[in-house]
Design a protein around this ligand. Structure first.
Ligand SMILES: Cc1cc2nc3c(=O)[nH]c(=O)nc-3n(C[C@H](O)[C@H](O)[C@H](O)COP(=O)(O)OP(=O)(O)OC[C@H]3O[C@@H](n4cnc5c(N)ncnc54)[C@H](O)[C@@H]3O)c2cc1C
Ligand code: SF4
Length: 329
């Protein structure tokens, strides 16, 4: 690991000021960044610790909830309000990593964790994300975990966070600080980006922009998170889905769907949402929505199986949720 300076920020202004230098990085729980530094994939010359900023509260705000970026994944998953009103988020968090990691990992850091593509971690292999212009060994390589939607020939990596998929499905917004009182609020589904020709850029935040809070709107009546993985713990998603909707007189309202393990960002399934909105649930409708969403999906060999798997997961998730309603009625 390369030597670096460490400082602990007392407030947002001090954090943003300390992180101005190009070589500076924020440190949350360090569960991803420190690993990357050990492999010398990330080589910051300064770490600004933001894990003890006063952003550790989970507060009700009218119909919604505001979550501090320093709240740990364990605290968020176990919070009574989150468990009761946002079970999608709680389930997604608890499906990620291990208890020890969740005790350290923060809400801000979880959003910005980097891909788990094995070539990104192997400095002997070509990777445009690690070293722009060097190529991509995953295209034509072992790409079982890679993208089927929105990829480019420059990069077919997927975003690994379960929490971010849940946040997109719930319609969360991210609040940031950028110094001198400036900051902004952006929808969680606009935070990450597709790889295009610049796969080394994971997200839309500017250098030094600090995530301070995440705001959840009023909770949807019906929510579900499902994760398909190779073993039941300590495994990233092969594919996953977050679904949230209301029902009005038996018809879908305010449907939101986010897919995980399929793209460089949590994938908002806007085509499927449009097909479902305002309609009565039926297996045929679920199949039509899944087919529309996956019409442009493309496999790269080892991951071709993800297309039918994702299709079945969409159909089964809606089938399970609407069957519960019928049984309850
Ligand atoms: C073995 C293992 C298994 C795992 N399995 C899963 C899994 O199944 N599902 C899953 O979702 N995750 C999984 N993870 C990943 C884990 O969830 C992330 O490492 C963790 O959420 C990152 O949070 P952190 O606070 O430790 O981030 P850090 O490592 O501290 O930081 C990550 C990035 O975020 C930036 N950052 C941190 N805080 C802020 C902020 N407030 N504002 C702006 N930038 C910030 C940092 O500069 C860095 O670039 C696993 C990790 C490991 C090691
Ligand atoms: S898929 Fe992306 S992260 Fe993986 S090797 Fe290719 S460029 Fe690197």
């Amino acid at each position: 690991m390369k030597p670096f300076n460490y400082s602990r920020a007392a407030d947002d202004k001090a954090a943003v000021t300390s992180a101005r230098g190009q070589g500076a990085r924020y440190l949350g729980g360090g569960t991803n960044l420190i690993d990357l530094m050990k492999h010398e994939i990330e080589q910051p010359d300064a770490l600004v610790d933001v894990s003890r900023l006063p952003h550790e509260a989970i507060e009700e705000t009218g119909d919604g909830v505001r979550i501090g970026a320093a709240v740990t994944n364990s605290a968020l998953a176990g919070d009574p309000i989150i468990r009761e009103r946002y079970p999608l988020l709680s389930t997604a968090l608890l499906s990620g990593a291990t208890m020890q990691l969740r005790n350290r990992a923060t809400t801000g850091g979880n959003f910005l964790q980097r891909t788990r593509c094995q070539y990104f971690y192997d400095t002997q292999r070509a990777c445009n994300k690690r070293e722009p212009g060097s190529g991509c060994d995953a295209v034509g390589g072992l790409n079982r975990f890679h993208a089927i939607l929105g990829a480019s020939e420059q990069c077919i990596a997927v975003h690994p966070s379960d929490m971010a998929v849940a946040m997109v499905a719930l319609g969360a917004h991210v609040e940031t600080a950028l110094g001198e009182g400036s900051g902004r609020t952006l929808p969680a589904d606009a935070l990450h980006r597709l790889p295009g020709d610049t796969p080394h850029i994971d997200h839309q935040l500017r250098h030094g922009e600090l995530i301070t809070h995440v705001v959840l709107p009023k909770a949807a009546e019906h929510q579900l998170y499902r994760k398909v993985r190779d073993r039941s713990s300590y495994a990233f998603a092969v594919v996953s889905i977050g679904v949230a909707f209301d029902l009005l007189e038996g018809n879908f309202m305010n449907v939101r769907i986010a897919l995980g393990g399929v793209a460089h960002k949590p994938w908002r399934a806007a085509r499927a949402e449009e097909i479902l909105e305002g309609k009565a649930p039926s297996p045929e409708l679920f199949a039509k929505a899944a087919d529309a969403e996956l019409a442009e999906a493309r496999g790269y060999g080892h991951n071709d199986f993800k297309i039918p798997l994702m299709r079945r997961l969409i159909i089964a998730s809606f089938g399970e949720m609407t069957a519960k309603q019928e049984n309850a009625a």
